[in-house]
Ligand binder design. Structure first.
Ligand SMILES: [Zn+2]
Length: 62
């Protein structure tokens, strides 16, 4: 099988919290663009941590 050279538009971003580099894949970029989201500033790990933290308290919304 021949390996096709595929041009990917993956971006390397740096996490604002831990400074780690993470890949913002072409597919994710497309998704974010469709939803009109800004580029992510945190790596998936930090996003997970932040999510679980904020789920602890502020559960009551009026
Ligand atoms: Zn991070």
């Amino acid at each position: 099988m021949e390996r096709l050279e595929k041009i990917t538009m993956d971006k390397n971003l740096k996490c604002k919290d831990c400074g780690a580099e993470f890949v913002f894949t072409e597919g994710e970029q497309k998704f974010y663009t469709e939803k009109n989201f800004p580029d992510p500033i945190r790596c998936p790990e930090c996003r997970k941590v932040k999510k679980s933290k904020s789920n602890g308290k502020n559960n009551n919304k009026q």
